[in-house]
Design a protein around this ligand. Structure first.
Ligand code: ADP
Ligand code: ADP
Length: 222
């Protein structure tokens, strides 16, 4: 059974002139896959990621997550599915300065069901998993770009999601830190985490076992 299943999904933006950001797309992603999404700027990559991540609602079609139909399910269902199953990493790390690394990781679980103690334990566990346990009390301003992105990844995985969505996760990193983050993503996938990574960098895309390309709102396997 697929974990994520789009069926005939479209996303049209209507600002006077309709923009077909995603055209009748049927796509399923199995648990454990490592999927990259590439394509030219404006082709619909972020739209696909936002729809898959329940951050945006399709204008047509069906989207099942782990056998639950989400289209028409409303904000409450979307929020619950996101909270239980999804984690997100973006190009900008979005870490709070003036809070320690471990506090930043805890913030990701603030609106979840876990109590304070459990949040701290999960946050420490996540930082340990990404190899930054020793920087737990550091302010993000004192971390390198690669370390900051790893903290952002720790924040995204601390609640133990099934799927990690990454939008240009290495966009702000130099080649050394990129390699570092890619090694971490590989390791997380080896441990069973499903990955969906949007990138315009072919080297980054090459790390995925399954490569998708979006051109003018149409998704193709590569
Ligand atoms: P990519 O991530 O590949 O650069 P996007 O998914 O961001 O592409 O955008 C796909 C198309 O949808 C583009 O033509 C873009 O201008 C349009 N688009 C994206 N978001 C919006 C929005 N909120 N309102 C109107 N048009 C949008
Ligand atoms: P990895 O490279 O970590 O082994 P993959 O994403 O290549 O991960 O494969 C995970 C699962 O996805 C495997 O069961 C594989 O058969 C399946 N898979 C890989 N590519 C595709 C594809 N293009 N379409 C459907 N399933 C695929």
């Amino acid at each position: 059974m697929s974990l994520l299943a789009l069926r005939d999904v479209s996303r049209t933006y209507d600002d006077g002139q309709p923009v077909h950001a995603l055209r009748a797309t049927t796509l399923s992603i199995d648990a454990g896959q490592y999927v990259s999404v590439t394509g030219p700027s404006g082709s619909g990559k972020s739209t696909l990621l936002n729809v898959l991540g329940l951050l945006d609602e399709p204008t047509a079609g069906s989207y099942r997550v782990s056998d639950t139909e989400t289209v028409g399910g409303g904000q409450r269902l979307h929020g619950a599915v996101r909270g239980q199953l999804f984690g997100f990493v973006f190009q900008a790390f979005h870490l709070l300065a003036g809070r320690t690394a471990v506090e930043n990781v805890e913030i990701g679980m603030l609106y979840g069901p876990l109590r304070r103690r459990q949040r701290r334990r999960r946050a420490e566990e996540a930082l340990d998993r990404i190899g930054l346990a020793h920087r737990m009390h550091a302010d993000p301003r004192r971390l390198s770009g690669g370390e900051r992105q790893r903290v952002a990844i720790a924040r995204a995985i601390a609640a133990r999601p099934a799927v990690l969505f990454c939008d240009e996760p290495t966009g702000n990193l130099d080649s050394g830190n990129t390699a570092n983050v890619l090694a971490l993503l590989r390791e997380l996938n080896d441990q069973g985490l499903t990955l969906v990574v949007v990138t315009h960098d072919p080297d980054v895309a090459g790390h995925a076992g399954r490569r998708l390309q979006v051109i003018d709102g149409t998704v193709r396997e590569q």
